[in-house]
Design a protein around this ligand. Structure first.
Ligand SMILES: O=C(O)CCC(=O)C(=O)O
Ligand SMILES: [Fe+2]
Length: 369
């Protein structure tokens, strides 16, 4: 074991026989803090990661203010069309003029930097339960196998809505003291934007305006938060920040800060780096929306690359109907032989978490007709 590895997260692993085991994973923030100058073997990918993005074609930046009803008719119709075609082509778009105040966004940033600025021991102490139970809390994403290369990431995951959804798991940090309040402010404003986008997207796809949003009970629908922290990595060309995956959510709202863009999406067999215009957020289609839309929109395969020139953070909000909701795919799948069946949200999420991550988009096959 390399000498820098003194701090570990415990992550649960379900082995081939279905037994739950605990695995120790080095805390990458502590590796970076130790000044490590080489990438430890367990983080090394073979073949190396090609991080270069070759295209000059990017997802569109959508002006959310223009999507609002009552905004000037021509401008609105054009923006709805850009939203729908961008989402169809990429599975994600950037959004500006979303109405979330910059003080709210700065609040999230302060909360996140405040928490990750603490020592490892303090971080562990200031969360009520230090656990990777159900992929929640301060720690690591689940690991699938002993030989899987580790991602260069630390994460903090919480359920923000509805109240009590975490079944009493006390994982919200108590430092900085206003962490939860700052995050909840963001979540409340984000929900308004997400509902607006679900309606606008339905309209842009020439579907009944409420066909997606009607699945989201204003009280019972879920918003899960995941803060991803990618400290500087000593071998970014041989590592990854976050393994390729599609999100299980309906929509994911992603904000990022720190150095350089790091999110990449797979398009026509090529990893494309998503640029980050000032004040924009990223909206990503998840598997549940692919199912609801009966394949009219698709959840993209995406990943985060590692970087060596500083810290990078992203905060993902995963927006889901309540687990009891049965989603019914819109009729008339564009591709009739390839549609989806009715699905209970909680059943899909369970299936997803039992099976992801994989090397390709497979979990969603479970919901195929
Ligand atoms: O850090 C990023 O840009 C990607 C995060 C992400 O894909 C996720 O949290 O699901
Ligand atoms: Fe993701």
């Amino acid at each position: 074991m390399e000498k820098e590895m003194r701090y570990f997260h415990e992550a649960s692993l379900t082995d081939q026989e279905g037994r739950l085991r605990t695995m120790r994973i080095p805390v990458v923030q502590e590796l970076a803090r130790s000044g490590i100058d080489h990438l430890p073997k367990r983080f090394t990918r073979v073949p190396p990661t090609d991080r270069t993005s070759y295209t000059l074609n990017f997802p569109p930046v959508i002006n959310v203010a223009r999507l609002k009803e009552g905004s000037e008719a021509d401008g609105r119709a054009a923006e709805l069309a850009r939203l729908a075609s961008g989402v169809k082509e990429w599975g994600l778009v950037l959004v500006t003029e979303h109405g979330i105040g910059s003080s709210v966004l700065h609040g999230v940033r302060d909360a996140v930097e405040g928490f990750f600025g603490l020592s490892f021991e303090e971080k562990k102490r200031c969360v009520g339960s230090y656990a990777s139970v159900d992929n929640l809390g301060y720690g690591r994403n689940f690991v699938r196998s002993d030989d899987q290369p580790f991602d260069w990431i630390d994460r903090l995951a919480m359920k923000a809505a509805p109240p009590g959804a975490d079944g009493g798991l006390d994982v919200w940090p108590r430092k900085p003291p206003n962490f939860r309040e700052l995050m909840q402010n963001y979540v409340s404003e984000a929900r308004i934007v997400l509902d607006e986008l679900l309606k606008a997207l339905a309209e842009g796809l020439s579907l009944e305006k409420h066909c997606f949003v009607e699945n989201f009970d204003p009280i019972l629908s879920e918003i899960n938060v995941r803060v991803n922290y990618y400290p500087p990595c000593p071998g970014p060309d041989r590592a990854l920040g976050l393994t390729p995956h599609s999100d299980a959510s309906s929509l994911t709202l992603l904000m990022e800060f720190g150095v350089t863009a790091g999110l990449q999406v797979l398009k026509s067999q090529e990893w494309v780096t998503i640029p980050r215009p000032k004040d924009s957020l990223i909206v990503v289609v998840g598997d549940l929306l692919e199912i609801m839309s009966n394949g009219r929109v698709k959840s993209p395969w995406h990943r985060a690359v590692a970087q060596s020139d500083g810290d990078r953070f992203s905060v993902a909000l995963f927006y889901n109907p309540s687990p009891q909701t049965q989603i019914k795919p819109i009729e008339n799948a564009p591709n009739k032989s390839n549609g989806y069946r009715k699905m209970i949200v909680g059943e899909y999420l369970q299936h997803y978490y039992r099976n992801a991550p994989q090397n390709e988009k497979r979990a969603i096959l479970y919901a195929k007709d």
